[in-house]
Design a protein around this ligand. Structure first.
Ligand code: 6PG
Length: 230
């Protein structure tokens, strides 16, 4: 594993997607143990898309003090709650349906209500939880993260945004704001596949991509496989 830190971002390059998932799982479990030891609770924001699925499948087989985990979502797609393309359903089928984390500790975004209503409600949920201990994020091939897309602007006053005309389907989404995704002790970004390489290069070159706007109180760790690394 190659590793270097620039601008408070620790870049780690691992062999492949499985190695990224294994490393991410270790970092998440360690962050949880530290948070629970220090504060009695671990506030974790889950990422959507496909990349985190391997991590969630590993967490389903891990041992942890699950009753002290509180789970949130960085974004959600405006689809019915049981739709297979929902980020909450991906996490449920890969991990949460197993039942180790108490249901009352899992806080899905109610995107089935529509973007505006869901965003307004979820702002009240996460305003009580911040600062998070760890925020998991993916990154799209255009450098988007959560549902913060290039060229789309949202009021800085909002904790949670209603998103429309998203270039990645579905068009209607709900997303935590850049500020709220950054309101965390640590941030862990999972990036795999050759399709992400150009955006990684732009991010490292300082381009103002949505992912590049994310900060953390302590550190951002970006885990890449060789296919995505420049
Ligand atoms: C979503 C995610 C999105 C995702 C990236 C990467 O709703 O799709 O929130 O931000 O993390 O698009 O997606 P993959 O992990 O599938 O490449």
């Amino acid at each position: 594993m190659e590793s270097d830190t620039r601008d408070n971002i620790n870049w780690q390059c691992l062999t492949d997607a499985d190695a990224v998932a294994a490393r991410a799982t270790d970092l998440i479990l360690q962050a949880a143990a530290n948070a629970i030891n220090e504060r009695g609770v671990f506030h974790l924001v889950l990422a959507g898309g496909r990349t985190p699925k391997k991590v969630y499948q590993r967490l389903a087989n891990a041992q942890a003090d699950w009753k002290n985990w509180q789970l949130y979502f960085g974004d959600e797609r405006c689809l019915p709650a049981d739709h297979p393309e929902r980020n909450s359903r991906m996490a449920a089928t890969a991990w949460l349906d197993q039942g180790a984390v108490p249901e009352e500790n899992i806080h899905p975004i109610q995107a089935e209500l529509g973007a505006e209503a869901a965003a307004a409600h979820y702002a009240t949920v996460i305003d009580r939880a911040c600062p998070f201990d760890l925020v998991l994020l993916g990154m799209g091939e255009d450098g988007h993260t959560a549902s913060l897309f290039p060229g789309q602007h949202h009021p800085d006053s909002e904790s949670v945004h209603a998103v429309h005309h998203a270039p990645k389907p579905p068009p209607d989404r709900v997303s935590l704001s850049r500020a709220r995704l950054s309101d965390s002790r640590d941030v862990l970004v999972l990036i795999t596949g050759t399709g992400k390489r150009a955006a990684v290069q732009q991010w490292q070159a300082g381009e103002a991509l949505p992912i590049a706007g994310i900060t953390a109180r302590h550190r951002i760790t970006a885990l890449l496989d060789k296919a995505a690394a420049v």
